[in-house]
Design a protein around this ligand. Structure first.
Ligand code: PHE
Length: 452
């Protein structure tokens, strides 16, 4: 067995953690969630969720990985043999997510290229669904591989493989240190240009005007907790894996606050840029912002090409920044989704890093081919909804209940954190994890079930 890998520096770890958290969701999910859930008033439940759930869990995950210095299944097995399965469950979620995440990264790669000279033409919607994805007519019709999609996905996989095979310090840390600054520059350009476009004020008004009555709606609170969980990549074993590569003497609570707040900063910037641009499009088309406000695939691959078409000059440049931002944000998250799997497989079967990377990338690559078929978008939607509504939340719930109530480990974990960190955490942390978080996660699951 090779020696356990380590980050090159504390900053390297934090940048890698932030690069995982900042993903597609920051750009295409958060702005819409704010808009739909009370606008400016949403920031209240959002920050409460951050402080009462996301950051405390992040601290817990950092501590678990740092203490066990092992993969996620090993971490849970070390707590009690009965609970190794929680680790494997999180690995399973990562395997499912990466396979469709890579398809979207492939699309973003293509669209970065299509931005040059707005190659999607005058009708971006039909370009995306018909020409690019070549959508089949029904769920049960795979329609075969769509070569236009397969090609960029293959390129994205090659890059991902290259980073992972190089290891934690020379691969993951180095790529985050190169890509994150570029991403920041792209985001700043998008935000500045977005808020200075004619009509942007319309979009910003819709985004930010606080609707305080929304605070009485439980759905808004659930959306806030859902957003912070997803956005900080909690419940996937990612943060546990990343912290397992920290040196023995490493600050944990401080790092969790930095990563959590940096991620929020990113989301907020993205929201300003996106809604500024939506306001512009709405004014150009003479419709209300609510007609163009969307999230996810529709926002990125249909609405944004429309915005870029209407752009007053330098439209290719704005397109490259937007799709390049999606590409890099997604890519560094993809790296982080695979690392828990690599670490787990490597330990379980006593493999070298190279062998583990080959196995994990090989299997998830084959799975990802499903999303390069002409039915790909339909499968992606279905699986994404399921994983988001149940997979992640239930994994997080199992994690906190087992630690707080079954194994009663919170005091030991808190001692571990306080033994190495500058910011000491008090007993409030136990209360939040043992009581607040499980209640919220249970309510979230119940709501999702009712929604079905
Ligand atoms: N947190 C990332 C985002 O906001 C997404 C992500 C999900 C990253 C799962 C890793 C794992 O988009």
């Amino acid at each position: 067995m090779e020696q356990r890998e380590q980050w090159g520096s504390k900053a390297g770890f934090i940048i890698a953690a932030i690069s995982s958290a900042v993903g597609l969701g920051n750009i295409w999910r958060y702005p819409y969630v704010v808009y739909e859930n009370g606008g400016g008033a949403f920031l209240i439940p959002y920050f409460i969720a951050l402080l009462t759930a996301a950051i405390p869990i992040l601290i817990m995950e950092y501590a678990l990985g740092h203490r066990s210095r092992g993969s996620v299944p090993r971490t849970f097995q070390g707590l009690s043999r009965r609970f190794e399965w929680i680790g494997w469950w999180q690995i399973f979620i990562c395997v499912v997510i990466i396979s469709y995440y890579m398809a979207i990264i492939g699309w973003a790669l293509s669209y970065t290229y299509y931005s040059i000279g707005t190659q999607w033409g005058n009708d971006p919607e039909s370009f995306f669904f018909k020409n690019f994805l070549g959508m089949s007519d029904s769920f049960w019709n795979f329609g075969g591989i769509q070569w236009k999609v397969l090609l960029p996905v293959l390129l994205a996989w090659a890059a991902l493989y290259f980073v992972l095979i190089k290891g934690v310090k020379k691969g993951i840390e180095k790529s985050a240190k190169i890509l994150m600054p570029i991403l920041v520059v792209f985001m700043i350009i998008i935000t500045i240009r977005g808020v200075t476009l004619p009509g942007s004020v319309e979009g910003l008004n819709v985004l930010l005007t606080p609707k305080f009555s929304a605070l009485a709606d439980p759905k808004v609170w659930i959306a806030a907790y859902g957003q912070v969980f997803f956005s900080l990549s909690i419940g996937f074993g990612i943060m546990m894996t990343y912290s397992s590569y920290l040196p023995k003497k490493s600050d944990l609570s401080n790092s969790a606050f930095i990563a959590g707040l940096a991620n929020s900063g990113f989301e907020f910037l993205a929201a300003l840029g996106v809604f500024g641009a939506l306001g512009f499009l709405a004014v150009q088309q003479g419709v209300g912002v609510e007609n163009v406000a969307k999230a996810g695939v529709g926002l990125a691959f249909v609405v944004f090409p429309n915005i870029i078409n209407e752009f007053p000059g330098l439209n290719s440049l704005f397109g490259v920044c937007f799709f390049g931002a999606l590409l890099f944000a997604g890519f560094t998250s993809a790296v982080s989704i695979l690392e828990p799997c690599i670490s787990a497989v490597r330990e379980k079967f006593n493999l070298t890093r190279k062998a583990a990377v080959n196995w994990v990338c090989g299997i998830t690559f084959v799975l990802s081919l499903l999303y390069t078929t002409r039915g790909g978008l339909r499968y992606l939607d279905t699986i994404d909804r399921f994983i988001n509504s149940y997979g992640i939340v239930l994994a997080g719930l199992a994690e906190v209940i087992v630690l707080a109530w079954v194994l009663r480990q919170l005091d030991q974990i808190r001692d571990h954190v306080n033994g190495v960190s500058i910011i000491r955490i008090g007993r409030w942390w136990n209360f939040v994890l043992a009581v607040v978080t499980p209640i919220i996660l249970i309510i979230m699951t119940a709501f999702n079930l009712v929604d079905e």
